[in-house]
Design a protein around this ligand. Structure first.
Ligand code: FES
Length: 319
């Protein structure tokens, strides 16, 4: 990450299965009192028992200052962080977390909010909805998609009377032909802001359907679970137009990582291609755009260097 976050010790005070392969954890300060505050859409870094650190969105109401709640999906094909947390961490254990930070902020001001959640992508959106309900700020509508009802976290809650008319729930059974048709929802922006979190395919479909929206009204959150594997990458060279320096970008590193290792101070935040912080001007070369931050017309002259790569053998950046 761009900066070292403050570390806090907390205790696991509750742990329970809330859907198939999804476990909810409640974390409280060791000696009672208050935790560092958070805003809707924020996430924590959690040091899981196998020693790795993973990001998890906070899904409780930000007004609750005495606890953090996260929901973790067991990723069987993942890097082991979620399996370690779910299988090894127990109620009463002390764990280290980094204080909340937010790359998916709920911006005030729009006429209404549209939330689109796929699977475990509901977690930051639940905190946003809790906040909107508590503050009665603005109307919202949630579109919540999971493969099956059993895989739906907070199923009872979102099926309850409080959410009648505010929530659309859809299960596609894993069949893309049964995906919910979002076009009627997204065809006219109507002054709304859109927040989408879920699998890469869902976010790309939403990005494609919102090309005519203002880019400042469309927000994505991605924790990089779908990050490209090195075997899907090819190496290339990146040249810095201002200094004339050239660097090789290998298959297992991003442009951002290579330039940082060379001592360049470059801003970043999400490092998953969603927040827009690492946007860099592209002078020449053909980019392989893998972000969700740039609109189609912005892609000709810009690149998000945390995730995007090259189709040509060289990219020249305005750095
Ligand atoms: Fe967020 Fe690159 S750091 S898009």
């Amino acid at each position: 990450m761009a900066d070292e976050a403050q570390t806090v010790q907390v205790r696991i005070t509750d742990k329970r299965l809330i859907a198939e392969d999804i476990c909810m954890f409640e974390l409280q300060p060791l000696a009672g009192g208050e935790l560092p505050p958070f805003t809707p859409g924020a996430h924590l870094g959690v040091r899981v028992p196998n020693g790795e650190t993973r990001k998890y969105s906070l899904c409780n109401d930000p007004a609750e200052t005495e606890r953090y709640v996260i929901a973790v999906k067991k990723e069987h094909g993942g890097r082991g962080g979620s399996v370690s947390l779910i299988e090894q961490a127990q109620i009463g254990d002390e764990i280290a977390i980094t204080a909340p930070r937010n790359d998916f902020e709920l911006k005030p001001g729009p006429a209404s909010y549209i939330f689109i959640a796929g699977g475990i992508g509901i977690t930051p959106i639940r905190a946003m909805i809790q906040h909107l309900l508590a503050t009665r700020a603005k109307p919202f509508k949630l579109y919540y998609f999971t493969r099956t009802p059993e895989m739906m976290a907070f199923r009872e809650e979102f099926s309850g009377p409080e959410f009648r008319g505010k929530v659309v729930i859809h299960h596609d059974g894993g069949d893309p032909d049964k995906a919910y048709d979002l076009w009627p929802v997204l065809e006219e922006p109507k002054g709304a802001h859109l927040y989408c979190c879920g699998p890469r395919g869902l976010m790309e479909a939403v990005r494609d359907m919102t090309g005519h929206w203002s880019s400042s009204a469309v927000h994505f959150e991605d924790f990089g679970a779908a990050k490209a594997r090195p075997e899907d990458n090819t190496p290339f060279t990146v040249k810095l137009a201002r200094s004339g320096e050239s660097f090789d970008v290998p298959v297992d590193k991003s442009i951002l990582e290579v330039l940082r290792e060379a001592g360049k101070a470059l801003p970043s935040s999400c490092e998953s291609g969603t927040c827009g912080t690492c946007r860099t001007k592209l002078v020449s070369g053909e980019a392989d755009h893998r972000d969700l931050a740039l609109s189609e017309h912005e892609k000709a002259r810009n690149i998000m260097i945390c995730v995007s790569r090259a189709k040509s053998s060289e990219l020249v950046l305005d750095l």
